[in-house]
Design a protein around this ligand. Structure first.
Ligand code: SF4
Ligand code: SF4
Length: 328
């Protein structure tokens, strides 16, 4: 049975589902500060939940970066995860990394990279900079064949991604244990990802065989029905069907590992959310009013109830989906 699904309606079916199954969803201790530094990007991918692109003006200022660094310095959060847009495109990207690196104790940094930015004019020194600073790279690569990648991300993106992966390998990424290189797969249509382990084996075999490329792990992600992907589904008249698939695939075993439980999501103005998806939907903690990172303290976030919506079914479908791939 297909149930008509309306975005923005008051009925949160996800919260209902949790309640039916006597599940509560609360935050644990924050372990990752995920900072979305803005919506500027050199690509305009079909599946983008951020609606990012080359004309977007929303980017994080140095003043906001400084406030985030000051806040972080007073916490024991071990990991900073930089995302966007293409995070590397903000003018103070390197400054941000330098400042995080200067903190003690040491913090691990992740850059969520679309690969092609590493080859753009003006960004030539970026890959060596990331390697020097031992920044982990998590890179989008929705397929190991050109047709699917170019269809989802734009003409020529596959070739650019392969060239960037070769560059990263030449710097030791994916080879040196201190330079992890993980790839991200997300479906090119209205379906759930296949088994992460099996797909990782396929990716490793094909990328090695055809291009001599190596990497560490493959993360499979489910596309959430928001942003540009929701518009794409709507245009193709299968938004309701996709939602139903997510709902029917609800897996309670994924709840424990949801990323909203251990991640603080920060927007380009410094405002906080439960996750990057809630951020893109503007789900502020204070009845729609922004609460900024510097207005909260790490301890007070523990046990806070997580704000949910119908899109959350995307994280709990099948094997589950987080920024670190499948959950179960
Ligand atoms: S999915 Fe990533 S690379 Fe593609 S437009 Fe969005 S932010 Fe840019
Ligand atoms: S979208 Fe996913 S990560 Fe975000 S609050 Fe919902 S379940 Fe948690």
């Amino acid at each position: 049975m297909t149930v008509m699904f309306a975005f923005g309606d008051q009925m949160n079916r996800f919260a209902q589902k949790l309640s039916e199954q006597s599940i509560s969803l609360h935050r644990g201790r924050p372990e990752i500060l995920q900072v979305n530094v803005g919506k500027l990007c050199n690509l305009t991918c079909v599946h983008c939940h951020v609606n990012a692109g080359p004309k977007r003006k929303e980017i994080m200022s140095r003043e906001t970066i400084d406030r985030i660094i000051d806040w972080l310095a007073n916490t024991d959060i071990p990991t900073v995860d930089l995302t966007g847009g293409a995070p590397e495109m903000i003018p103070d990207f390197r400054y941000f990394i330098d400042e995080v690196k200067s903190l003690r104790p040491h913090r691990h940094i992740i850059d969520r990279c679309n690969l092609t930015i590493l080859l753009e004019q003006g960004y030539e020194g970026l890959a060596p900079f990331l390697a020097r600073n031992k920044v982990e790279i998590i890179a989008s690569m929705p397929c190991y064949s050109p047709e699917n990648v170019n269809a989802q991300r734009g003409e020529g993106v596959f070739e650019g991604s392969i060239a960037a992966l070769r560059l990263l390998n030449s710097l030791g990424y994916g080879i040196d244990p201190e330079l992890p290189l993980h790839l991200v797969y997300n479906p090119v249509g209205a379906f759930l990802p296949p088994s992460q382990d099996e797909l990782e084996a396929d990716y490793k075999r094909e990328l090695q065989k055809h291009f001599g490329i190596v990497f560490n792990k493959l993360y499979t992600l489910t596309n959430l029905p928001i942003g540009r992907f929701a518009a794409y589904l709507r245009r193709n008249n299968n938004l309701d069907e996709y939602m139903q698939l997510l709902i029917d695939s609800f897996n309670p075993a994924t709840i424990e590992g949801l990323m909203c439980r251990n991640t603080i999501s920060v927007g380009w103005r410094g405002e906080v959310y439960d996750c990057d998806f809630n951020q893109q939907l503007g789900m502020q903690w204070n009845n729609g009013q922004p609460i900024f990172l510097w207005d909260v303290n790490q301890d007070s976030l523990e046990n806070r109830e997580i704000m949910t919506g119908n899109h959350c079914f995307g994280c709990t479908a099948g094997a589950g989906s987080t920024c670190g791939g499948a959950i179960v």
